[in-house]
Write a protein that binds this ligand. Structure first.
Ligand code: SAM
Length: 208
């Protein structure tokens, strides 16, 4: 029987604030994390292209988390691909040990960016600080979006809240010219490339 997958979950509802995320299992491999992984397409493509890494998706839609876990088990990936049900701005700081993550990916978040939706955005100052804490030395936060307002807001929040030692890999306040991690494009990324839609990307690195 087909399961109904919600398109939106209110991250500010009490139900989303009052729970503890299930603990993850860490394999000791370099850890790559997608924040807001939806169906996990990027996770599986990335894991296939990079056999020596562990990939974790964080997602607020519980049905999608279940589907990703089922697919990982069906494909015999064990703990190498995992998904966790969590509300990123509230729970990110609880999910990963300090210094454990090689790279966070924030791929095409908040597509309907509106001023009145600001308080629901995924990338908050708290998220920037939690990302920094969880990153290993030399680890990165990579962001991309084809919505300029979303990308500019995300860059503003990152610049404003980045602790010392967390800096753009190029210049401050500067979008990347190209995707340095182009080997596993997401579905939206492929669509934008086919349609000639500009993608706004930035990358911040924690000093080694
Ligand atoms: C537009 S989709 C992008 C999906 C994927 N990253 C991609 O590039 O195809 C954004 C995803 O983030 C999830 N999301 C939104 N707010 C979230 C939150 N507060 N915590 C966790 N996931 C969230 C949504 O449910 C959705 O699956």
């Amino acid at each position: 029987m087909a399961t109904r997958v919600r398109h939106h979950v209110n991250p500010l509802s009490m139900r989303m604030l009052g729970f503890d995320p299930e603990p993850l299992v860490f394999t000791g491999q370099p850890l790559h994390v997608e924040l807001g992984c939806a169906e996990g397409e990027f996770l599986f493509r990335f894991a296939a292209a990079h056999p020596g890494v562990q990939v974790v998706g964080v997602e607020i839609r519980r049905e999608l988390v279940k589907d990703i876990r089922r697919q990982a088990s069906d494909e015999g990936l064990g703990d190498r691909v995992q998904a966790v049900f969590a509300n990123i701005p509230v729970h990110l700081g609880m999910l990963f040990p300090p210094g454990s993550v090689t790279r966070f990916y924030l791929n095409f978040p908040d597509p309907c960016f509106k001023r009145e939706q600001h308080k629901r955005r995924v990338l908050t100052g708290g998220v920037v600080r939690a990302v920094f804490e969880a990153l290993a030395p030399g680890g990165e936060l990579f962001f991309q979006s084809d919505v300029f307002d979303t990308a500019l807001d995300a860059m503003y929040v990152t610049e404003l809240h980045a602790p010392p030692g967390f800096e753009s890999v190029i210049e401050p306040w500067t979008f990347l010219r190209q995707n340095p991690y182009a080997d596993t494009p997401t579905r939206r990324e492929r669509f934008c490339q086919e349609e000639g839609i500009r993608i706004w990307r930035f990358c911040y690195r924690k000093s080694a």
